[in-house]
Design a protein around this ligand. Structure first.
Ligand code: MG
Ligand code: MG
Ligand code: MG
Length: 307
């Protein structure tokens, strides 16, 4: 039976590619491993897999009686169903430590860097001393560019930049900027996409002081792309809030060129926005200059505001 390697719900490019890259590394170490995803690929991830010649991983949303490893998360809310009825063998991540626990010692490798791809690069190179296949390097490179918004996100570190340089050479990608823009256009494609699919493109549920809080993010090359759909997006996050007994649902419309986020907010308590960010909601939203990262600039101040 293969060890399943699984990223978070609503998979992003890092979750998909880290599962593949860790599965490849495990195979080199003699472990029968299989990458999985918990939901459909977003358009950016589909483009990345196609470019480097990988098939879409199988879907797995329940790990009952399975051996498994997690990448890009360690939160129960992001994990497959019945995480505690399977046998967790490793976590490779770059987020705050979540609430998953084990009864045995496991490989737990979490680093405060911009991407799981960077942690994997360090595991390949420094820990297990294995060569990274060119196509796998292409995946990891793409994930780091995506997660760090090509080094613009405050989550980006020197380790991410070093990994990109080395991985681009291995993968034979010479025009890094061009490849990033191609991915960014796919990531932010909105025309003709159903509204719920946009809300869920990069969406996570959190628990903050016992309250259910959802935060989605659309990373766009321009806010103009969604100008005509803001009301529709707002109405849909209002629906989502009601459906899931949530206290708040936020949707970050992040302009990666202007480097800031228009935050759409539906909440039982609008004062949390002011407490967290020092700005008042004006109608349905507010503008947060320089805010690009959910992990670093949204979750921590909101957790404080909810406390
Ligand atoms: Mg992720
Ligand atoms: Mg990531
Ligand atoms: Mg992201």
């Amino acid at each position: 039976m293969s060890v399943l390697i699984i990223g978070h719900k609503n998979p992003d490019t890092d979750s998909v590619t880290a599962a593949i890259a860790l599965a490849e590394l495990q195979k080199m170490l003699g472990v029968d491993a299989k990458p999985c995803i918990q939901g459909p690929l977003n358009p950016e991830s589909a483009l990345v897999l196609e470019k480097f010649g990988f098939a879409t991983p199988e879907t797995c949303t329940d790990v009952t009686n399975q051996k498994y490893m997690l990448v890009d998360h360690s939160d129960i809310k992001q994990a497959p169903e019945n995480w505690d009825k399977g046998d967790l063998q490793a976590v490779v991540d770059h987020h705050k430590i979540g609430d998953i626990t084990t009864s045995n010692p496991i490989l737990f490798c979490n680093m405060p860097v911009g991407c799981s791809g960077t942690v994997l690069y360090i595991l390949y190179k420094d820990v297990y001393k294995k060569d990274i296949p060119a196509n796998v390097a292409g995946l990891m490179l793409s994930a780091i560019l995506s997660d760090t918004v090509m080094f613009k996100s405050p989550t980006c570190t020197q380790a991410d930049k070093d990994a990109v340089e080395a991985l681009a050479a291995i993968a034979g990608v010479t025009d890094i900027q061009g490849w990033f823009m191609e991915m960014a256009k796919a990531k932010g494609s909105v025309a003709g996409v159903p509204v719920r699919e946009l809300v869920f493109r990069d969406y996570k549920d959190f628990t903050m002081s016992g309250k259910n809080v959802g935060i989605g993010q659309l990373e766009l090359v321009s806010l103009e792309l969604v100008a005509s759909r803001k009301d529709e997006l707002y109405d849909d996050i209002a629906k989502l809030k009601a459906e899931g007994n949530r206290h708040s649902v936020f949707l970050m419309l992040t302009d990666i060129m202007q480097e800031g986020t228009e935050l759409l907010a539906v909440t039982d308590d609008p004062s949390v926005v002011e407490k967290a960010f020092g700005v008042k909601l004006e109608g349905k939203s507010c503008w947060l200059p320089k805010v690009m990262s959910r992990k670093k600039q949204m979750v921590p101040p909101l957790e404080k505001a909810f406390a």
